[in-house]
Design a protein around this ligand. Structure first.
Ligand code: PLP
Length: 367
């Protein structure tokens, strides 16, 4: 059976280093915001090319902290509109709502699955104060055009980079460094994944970095001095140590994912399967390889009968979720089409050449 994502195999590669790191962690006596955290924050900021990285509890909290910090700084006010792709993972939408802001759903391009600046522009009103761009499935949204648009209209640009670790634009800028502030998730299945929960905020903004790092730790600048109404959204020290080890392999892992994607794109030939757009550059880390197919259930059953697991990202769009009933009436045909027809094929740095060939052969033989 070809697993959709073999997390055990991915992490087993680092078994010896991880066990040694755990021993050091145990022996250190420092279990919260210790050396592992500060080292990871420095390493990940360097990796992204940003001035700051603040380690936090998970990706959703990273997004919420960015919005809450901008509210505290005064660059956002309750009720402001935030433009967001309609086909994103629900966390992007929840973060806007949890921060007391209003999401405005934008349709994506059905080939890239990302929103374009020209479409976003149509949704800008006098109430719009920010754009939350999402690099969906690991492919950078049109970063230059969107950041120009944000500048022209005086809007904050925030990246949901939870799927885009290491993706790099034509100017050599990485995800996390093409906006005012970015949120990352290190959920185990992400390209840079912890062995539990973790996330981070990256930014070049001195004030934002300071406020986020205070907010995540009870709003304190120094211990027992609470300067703002904070929360406990600290990154777990053990996860930070684990991420330091795995970060060293992120570029090689992303390269392997792109190799597999190039194989799929050049060798999958089946009129029933619509392949994703990819320009061949490093602007995609292929967190997911998503195809569109009319009869999704038949296709996924067929793959499974042939020993291949697949997945769906995502089966139901945010505006159709019960918790988001107030958006139920929105007309978002492209988003709904994607959610009806999308299938994620296996892609990961530990997929073997033989497995890749088997996926290609099996998909090509689907009738
Ligand atoms: C994974 C993910 C998140 C949330 O990350 P968690 O660490 O699970 O909270 C947010 N946005 C997107 C696009 C994601 O894929």
């Amino acid at each position: 059976m070809i697993k959709f994502l073999d997390l055990h195999k991915i992490n087993a590669r680092f078994g010896v280093q991880l066990k040694a790191e755990f021993q050091e962690f145990l022996d250190s006596g420092y279990y919260v915001l210790g050396k592992g955290t500060t080292t990871f924050e420095t390493n990940y900021a360097n990796y992204c090319g940003t001035k700051y990285c603040v380690g936090v509890s998970n990706g959703l909290d990273a997004l919420i902290l960015v919005f809450k910090a901008y509210l505290q700084i005064g660059k956002l006010s309750k009720g402001d509109e935030v433009i967001v792709p309609a086909n994103t993972y629900v966390a992007s939408i929840l973060s806007i709502i949890q921060a007391g802001l209003k999401p405005v759903f934008v349709e994506p391009n059905s080939a890239t699955f990302n929103c374009e600046a020209s479409t976003i522009k149509k949704y800008i009103t006098s109430k719009t104060k920010a754009i939350l761009t999402v690099h969906l499935y690991g492919q950078l949204a049109d970063s230059e055009a969107i950041s120009m648009l944000a500048q022209q209209h005086g809007l904050l640009l925030i990246e949901d980079a939870a799927q885009a670790h290491g993706a790099e634009n034509a100017l050599g800028k990485r995800a996390g460094n093409i906006s005012n502030a970015a949120a990352f998730s290190f959920y185990p299945s992400k390209n840079l994944g912890a062995l539990g929960e973790a996330g981070a905020v990256t930014t070049n903004d001195d004030e934002l970095a300071k406020v986020v790092s205070e907010l995540r730790n009870y709003g304190s600048e120094k211990k027992y001095e609470n300067v703002r109404l904070g929360v406990n959204n600290r990154i777990d020290e053990l996860q930070a140590r684990i991420l330091n080890i795995k970060l060293q392999h992120l570029d090689a892992d992303n390269e392997r994912r792109r190799d597999i994607a190039k194989h799929y794109l050049s060798k999958i030939k089946n009129k029933k399967i619509t392949l994703p757009f990819y320009d061949g550059s490093k602007n995609h880390n292929f967190h997911l390889f998503v195809v569109l197919v009319d009869n999704r259930k038949a296709f996924m059953d067929y793959l499974l009968d042939n020993g291949i697991q697949s997945s769906i990202h995502y089966p139901k769009p945010p505006h159709k979720q019960k918790a988001l009933q107030e958006f139920l009436e929105l007309q978002l045909p492209i988003t709904e089409h994607i959610h009806r027809n999308c299938v994620s094929l296996p892609i990961s740095p530990v997929l073997t050449e033989a497995e890749v060939l088997k996926v290609i052969k099996t998909v090509n033989a689907f009738r």
